[in-house]
Design a protein around this ligand. Structure first.
Ligand SMILES: Cc1cc2nc3c(=O)[nH]c(=O)nc-3n(C[C@H](O)[C@H](O)[C@H](O)COP(=O)(O)O)c2cc1C
Length: 349
């Protein structure tokens, strides 16, 4: 099967993954309107490309909080990679290192933080944290992440409770926890509200996190200018505009639509990233034109793993890299610094 674009990997994963794993990866909350809107919204944004601008030499590198990556796409935190490939997160870490990009490992990884680090020494990695009711569990995770070489802490803000994902509930007789190990010894059944996560978390907990670690803190799940302002005021180093791939509150905006007001509110004080619905190189170009410094992929990374583990994920990243380079060139940009809002307009589609 010739793998030409990310939908080819999606089709493969849908066909060959066990139904329960496919359902878990694909799920959105309720009737999935936000999950689907994340993708549809890109179609309403059209390019205003510039011509005759010498794109013979292309530079698609960028920096995340000072660390250079080969192109502005990283891997978003997603749980349970062993449902996609036996080596799980070890393969993910290796693929991210091979492409010289950033991998955000989930609290719900099926390999330990130490295994992930050992699989790809020297790789650029952040750790995604959910705050547990038992703060000691979170504190230990933060310390282990720092000790094993993770370079940033991503606090996910949009999961006081797990969103209602219908297929996961229908499949609930299969207990992920009986076959998989979770970080932080959280053996609650995934898909149902994990009662070990603390729903009382507030902005003040950023100060608590700050007291535990010297790593930069990035907050994930921001969708409004008000929360963007609060994030900056509480001293985070980065914001990920995200709606959790439409798996939490159904009916919220597409992330590419929310990006504009967040970027405007932040005014360059911290870096702003985006995830949700990135499926091709031109999506990346649109997100950067609207002010994202970098984007992250969630489900497409899982499809790559399901296809061929590390190699499959490398394929996914390489395809995105080539498509992004081509989109930039066709829009008249030879380097990432030339990308700006002049490149896009919103259509009334
Ligand atoms: C199967 C799956 C598991 C996820 N697990 C986590 C997680 O453990 N922590 C987290 O912060 N986000 C999690 N997310 C959300 C992703 O980080 C990201 O926001 C989302 O997948 C981006 O949308 P995309 O899948 O359209 O690229 C998960 C998403 C999926 C699809």
């Amino acid at each position: 099967m010739a793998m030409v674009c990310l939908s080819d990997f999606e089709a493969y994963a849908r066909k060959y993954l066990p139904k329960i794993a496919w359902d878990f990866f694909a799920a959105g909350a309720d009737d999935c309107s936000t999950r689907d809107e994340n993708i549809l919204a890109y179609k309403r944004i059209r390019f205003q490309p510039r011509m005759l601008r010498d794109v013979s030499l292309m530079d698609i590198r960028t920096k995340l909080l000072g660390t250079e990556i080969s192109f502005p796409v990283g891997i978003a935190p997603t749980g349970f990679h062993q449902l996609a490939w036996p080596d799980g997160e070890k393969s993910t870490a290796r693929a991210a290192r091979a492409l010289n990009t950033c991998y955000i490992a989930s609290t719900y990884s099926t390999c330990t933080l130490e295994e992930i680090s050992a699989a790809a020494p020297g790789g650029f990695r952040w750790f995604q944290l959910y705050i547990h009711r038992n703060r000691e569990v979170s504190q230990q995770l933060v310390q282990r992440a720092e000790a094993s070489g993770f370079q940033g802490l991503v606090l996910t803000a949009d999961v006081p409770y797990t969103g209602k994902r219908r297929d996961d509930l229908r499949n609930a007789q299969m207990r992920f926890s009986s076959v998989l190990w979770m970080q932080g010894d959280d053996r609650s059944e995934y898909g149902l509200p994990p009662n070990s996560l603390d729903p009382s978390v507030t902005w003040r907990d950023i100060y608590w996190l700050r007291s535990l670690t010297r790593l930069p803190i990035i907050v994930k799940g921001i969708l409004t200018k008000e929360d963007a302002e609060l994030a900056v005021r509480h001293g985070v180093q980065g914001i990920i505009v995200s709606n959790h791939g439409g798996r939490q509150l159904d009916g919220g905006p597409a992330t590419i639509d929310a990006l504009v007001e967040v970027v405007e509110a932040v005014q360059g004080r911290v870096e702003v990233y985006l995830d949700g619905g990135i499926r091709k190189g031109s999506d990346i170009l649109k997100a950067l034109a609207l002010g994202a410094k970098c984007v992250f992929i969630g489900r497409p990374a899982l499809w790559g793993l399901a296809y061929k583990g590390e190699e499959g994920l490398q394929d996914v990243l390489r395809i995105l890299q080539e498509e992004f380079r081509l989109s930039m060139a066709l829009a008249g940009c030879a380097s990432v610094s030339e990308i700006g809002p002049h490149l896009v307009r919103f259509s009334k589609l």
